[in-house]
Ligand binder design. Sequence first.
Ligand code: NAD
Ligand code: DAU
Length: 339
Amino acid sequence: MKLIVTGGAGFIGSNFVFYQRKHHPEDDIICLDALTYAGNLETLEPVMNDPKFKFVKGDIADRKLVYDLFEAEKPDYIVNFAAESHVDRSIENPEVFLRTNVMGTQVLLDACRKYGIKRYHQVSTDEVYGDLPLDRPDLYFTETTPIHTSSPYSASKAAADLLVLAYHRTFKLPVTVSRCSNNYGPYHFPEKLIPLMISRALADESLPVYGTGENIRDWLYVEDHCAAIDLILRKGTDGEVYNIGGHNERTNLEVVKTILRQLDKPESLITYVRDRPGHDMRYAIDPTKIHNELGWLPATKFDDGIRQTVEWYLSNRPWWEHILAGEYQNYYERMYAGR
Ligand code: NAD
Ligand code: DAU
C-alpha cells in the first residue's frame, strides 16, 4: 500500500515515518512537506535513500501541486500531520494557521474525493477541547467533550476536525480523526517546552516558565502516539474520533525540575515570565475508547521517556544546534542542488 504522510519533516511526522519503515517495510511512503521553519530535512536523512521512501517539497494548501501528486501517485492512505503547531506563534500571527491548518486540510480532503482513497487520517489535538480546571482532577477529555478552543492554533485545529467530519457525513469520505495530548521525544523542535528547557539548561541560560508553572500537561512519548495512529489508520472505524493519551499528567514546573535534575543543573535557572495569554490550565485525556476498541496502550512511562529524551538531546547535539544556528534551513538546497 502507498501512504502520503504530510508534515513528515516535523517532529511527530518524522517519528511516524520511522515507525512505518520499521513496522511496515513493505509499504511505500511519500512525505509531502513545505519545509517551513519547523520542517527539517536533516531529520529524514536516515530514509532519504530508501527506495520505498520519497520526499516531495510542497504546500498542502497548493491545490494544483496536491492534485498533481495524487494523480501521479494514486495513494491509498493519507495521514495529515502538516500544520502550524506552536500556540505562541498563533497568538503572534494567526493567519498562516488558518491557511495551513484549515485551507490546507480542505485541499487534501478535496483531493481525496477527486482521486479516491481508502482512508484519510487527521492528526488533531486535545487542545480542541479547551482546558480543565486544576481543582477537578476527576475530569478528563472524552471524545464527546464539547469543542471549546482557547488559542488561534486550537481554533484552527478544531475547524479542520469539523471539516474532516463534515466530508465524512456529506460526501461519505472514509476518514478518522485522532486527538492526542502533548508529545515529547526525539526531533522535537526546540521552541516547545521540553527541548527548549533542555537546550537552554545545557547552555546555563535562564528557563522561562510562564506564569506560576502550575499548568498541567498530559505527556505522551512520541512513539506511543505513532503506534496509536498506525492502529487507527489500519483498524479504526470510518467517521470516528479517537483520543490518545497515557495518564501522565505533570505540572510544567515538575517537568522543568525533572530536566534540571537529570542534567545536574541548579533550579536557580528557573525564571518566571509573563504568562501566555489565554493559557490553558490543564489537559487530561481519557483514552478508554482507543484502548477498548483497538487495544492500544502506551508502552513508555514518563520517567523512562523523559530520561531517554534528555539522553537523545545530549547525544544528538548537532541536530538541535543546527536548528538554533539556522543552518538546517540550507539543507534542502545542499541536498537537492543539481538534482
Ligand atoms: P511540527 O511543527 O514539528 O511539524 C509540522 C510540519 O508540518 C513541519 O515539517 C512543517 O514544515 C510542515 N508544514 C507546515 N505547514 C505546511 C504546509 N502548508 N504544507 C506542508 N507542510 C507543512 O509539528 P508536530 O509537533 O510534529 O505536530 C504534527 C501534528 O500533530 C500537527 O497537526 C499538530 O497539530 C498535531 N499534534 C501535535 C502535538 C504535539 O505535542 N506536538 C500533540 C497533538 C497533536
Ligand atoms: O496538547 C497538545 C498540544 O501540545 C499540541 O497540539 C501543540 O501542537 C503542542 O505545541 C503542545 O502545545 P502546548 O502549548 O501545550 O506546548 P508548549 O510546549 O508550547 O507548552 C507546554 C506548556 O509549557 C504550556 O503550559 C506553556 C508552557 N511553557 C512553554 C514554553 C515554550 C512555558 O512555561 N515556557 C515556555 O518557554
